[in-house]
Design a protein around this ligand. Sequence first.
Ligand code: HEC
Length: 239
Amino acid sequence: MKFLAFLSAALLSGVALASGSTYPLDKAPVDLSNTVSLQRGAAAFQSYCSGCHSLGYMRYSRLTDIGLTDEQIKKTLLPAGAKMGDTMGIPMRPEDAKSWFGVRPPDLSVEARSRGADWIYTYLRTFYRDDSRPTGWNNLVYERSAMPHVLYQLQGELAVEHAEGAEGHAAPKLVKVSDGQLAPAEYDAVTGDITNFLAWVSEPAQDARVRMGFIVIGFLLVMLVVVYNLKKEYWKDVH
Ligand code: HEC
């Protein structure tokens, strides 16, 4: 009995550790059928993230799946010198990235599957000023992240406020220190679009697969009616 209690405690603490930060995640507005949001997310990713992060499983040509034409992709998203068949890469050399940040900015192709969309969405909205960090930034869901707050001009600067004298572990609160170019709701929309885009990138066929599922079920239901009536027709003289 004691051993069982020990075992479950050990296992549970493993779970708690594996989840990392306990900061509560916000629900990401993921909607893979919203192509306008996916297109805005792709554009924002290209402007703000692609300098450091690659999407090694996504080709520029595949962006036609979110409703962009070849012309639009070439004009707005394709970096100079890249070809439509190329994967979405980074102009930075991996060694440089490593020496600048201490770690290589990871490829984000399957990030929405490994961390989850809610994690990414909350991560992008919880950077705060922390002068003890080499970048000057820290993050509530990814403590001591080596990534600087690349969207601070949009969001403005936040600082963390620890609830004084609170019992237990009250979640830290973020307060605005200076305004950015966007209102909070607009900033949520931009980061929501980027998250939606990354969710699509991590499983580009998902929306099509769900739709195919409905078509298959619909087909089976229609066939059920047809077959049932056929059976009635065939057997009506027998009974
Ligand atoms: C200046 C370079 C740089 C830019 C630009 C940048 N990042 Fe990062 N990012 C990093 C680095 C470095 C890390 C690794 C952090 C670590 O592990 O401590 C990182 C980590 C991440 C992670 C967590 C990866 C993981 O699971 O460990 C996510 C998600 C992420 N970035 C998303 C984005 C998004 C979205 C954008 C665009 C809005 C962006 N990044 C722009 C450098 C950058």
